[in-house]
Write a new protein. Structure first.
Length: 126
């Protein structure tokens, strides 16, 4: 119970300093926009790069995979599966980067470790 009251006090103090909160959120956005993570599948046959905010930047296919996609339905299905796998891996990494960034910002703002803090993605906007 004491920890909850301490958390509420920290949040109340932060709400009184809205400028500091705004600056921190903007810095987190910029850091996440600059960060890049990569997901791979099929031994590098598909490489997907996303930002820390989970925006897909690029999707690369190996020449061998591209040649195979044109040959038959089974090869295309494999390519689609590899693309999904690489994208999901990249997005999972982006979520981890986001959690780390939020945790660092929370520590900087004097907020204790609070469950659900990683759900602050809504602060980032679209």
């Amino acid at each position: 119970m004491f920890d909850q009251m301490k958390s509420m006090g920290a949040i109340a103090g932060l709400l009184r300093d809205k400028e500091r909160l705004r600056e921190t959120v903007e810095r987190v956005k910029e850091n996440l926009d600059r960060s890049r993570v990569v997901g791979e599948a099929g031994g590098g046959a598909v490489v997907v790069t996303v930002t820390g905010r989970a925006k897909v930047i690029s999707v690369e296919f190996s020449p061998a995979l591209c040649a195979g996609m044109a040959s038959d339905d089974e090869s295309r299905a494999l390519a689609e599966s590899l693309m999904a796998e690489a994208t999901n891996e990249a997005l999972e990494k982006a979520q981890a980067v986001m959690r780390e960034e939020f945790a660092g910002a929370a520590r900087e703002l004097g907020l204790p470790d609070m469950p659900g803090l990683s759900g602050m993605e809504g602060l980032l906007g679209a």
